[in-house]
Design a protein. Structure first.
Length: 160
């Protein structure tokens, strides 16, 4: 490897190459975001959600010249089976809670789809939608309960 030393033409050439590489990297980021039709902020949000759930490893580096932070991301496959099992159990528990809620309540809904109230709340509003003023109508939730039952059956025997 050759040292640059005090050669000003070599330094200028390297600076130009570095600037060109930085521009190319920025264009590549934008092009990939456009290709998948998502914004860079959305990508960042997804990465941080994955990080919070321990599916990625993040390393921050601060640029000495500009002070900007660069995030280096890496997929973390350690414990992925445990994480997936944990999420499945959480979904299963939530489905059971929702099923119990749907089973124990009678619902009234606004025909304009403003909101959905349980019977006690509908009584308090005199069966009138507090948002738009329409009369609330009884909502049969049997189909919804059947959908929940179907999802619960997909899990089979699952510990709570």
């Amino acid at each position: 490897m050759k040292a640059v030393g005090d050669n000003p033409t070599e330094i200028k050439r390297l600076e130009k190459e570095l600037k060109k590489a930085e521009k190319d990297a920025a264009k590549a980021k934008e092009a990939s975001a456009e290709e998948y039709e998502i914004t860079l902020n959305t990508v960042r949000k997804i990465l941080f959600i994955l990080y919070e759930n321990k599916f990625t490893i993040c390393r921050r580096e601060r640029d000495a010249n500009s002070g900007w932070l660069t995030f280096r991301w890496q997929i973390n496959m350690d414990g992925i089976d445990y994480q997936i099992e944990r999420e499945k159990k959480k979904l299963y528990r939530n489905l059971l809670k929702r099923k119990a809620y749907e089973d124990t309540n009678i619902f009234y809904a606004c025909p304009q789809h403003c909101l959905r109230l349980i019977f006690d709340e509908a009584v308090q509003t005199d069966f009138i939608c507090p948002v738009c003023g329409e009369d609330l109508v009884f909502e049969d939730n049997e189909l919804f309960k059947q959908l929940i039952d179907g999802r619960v059956e997909e899990f089979g025997e699952m510990p709570k």
